[in-house]
Design a protein around this ligand. Sequence first.
Ligand SMILES: [Zn+2]
Ligand SMILES: [Zn+2]
Length: 351
Amino acid sequence: MRALTYAAFGATPVVASVPDPTAPPGGAVVRVVASGLCRSDWHGWMGHDGDITTFPHVPGHEFAGVVEAVGEGVDAAWRGRPVTAPFVMACGTCQVCRKGAGQVCPHQRQPGFTDPGSFAELVVVQAARTNLVALPDGLDPRLAAGLGCRVATAYRAVVARAAVAPGESIVVIGAGGVGLAAVAVARSRGARVCAVDISAQSLDRALFHGADEVVDASIGPDRVVAAVTHWSAGGTDVSIDALGSPEACRTGILALARRGRHVQVGLLPPAAGRADVPMERVIGWELDVLGSHGMAAADYPALLGDVVSGRLALDDLLAPGEPLGLEETGAALVAMGSTPSRGILLVDPSR
Ligand SMILES: [Zn+2]
Ligand SMILES: [Zn+2]
């Protein structure tokens, strides 16, 4: 099959012919209809992700397609069905999975990181019974490919972790892929949304997705906190750090009202510095500080329902234009470090 591969971190990605994968016991092979290109693919290519250990490596971790083959022990009725899968593929059998928390399974596998990814004609889904998500009738797999990473992550953060209620105020710090999806999800849930970013273009996108207020982060963290506190008349009910920086984390927590909830979504690798969480405020104001990591397959039906019903306009989150072919994807991946997002770029591996 054709796949986009790179031979080392930072090496130019090339389209190559690689062996077709076979379905492992309990797993499935999916023919990829479309795949989303995400900043995490760029981080992986740069060598920022310790899960990539074998080369040549095939990136790509959010996708939708059609089940091509199933392994031993998997219901053959899956064959030919349109599906997607979370980028955190849970084992489905450990204690954590049995409690319904596959998004933090200690044995998780991730296509495009621990395993070959979806910038290829075929991709393996491990533990198919746990991780395959059937697409509802009427949902185009090309559209569904855009919700596996940023949208699912934002959905879990806003709906499950923050449990945002209609009329509540929320500040989203960082209007990149996850941040813009969080803005759209929060609006779809009837919240009042303020977005914070240093890029005027990103703030314009936040307004397009329904943000009620935007704040230019270049005014500095103290003034951002003051502006958000003023907008929300005393602090927000919810804050989300969708950027992942010690400053964004602290700003989010300081912008909360008493008893507010902060959700940390942006990755804070220790190399970027430890977050300086104002614990005296957390205690004195009874704040909740929550982490959020992907979304388990079992939680997809609610998200898919919101997309099919039109409550969440997923197509608005996609970049305009036709999907990229694999050759173009290599160039787009390399350029990701320096170009602001125009929305979720889709990849068609058959092109
Ligand atoms: Zn597990
Ligand atoms: Zn991603």
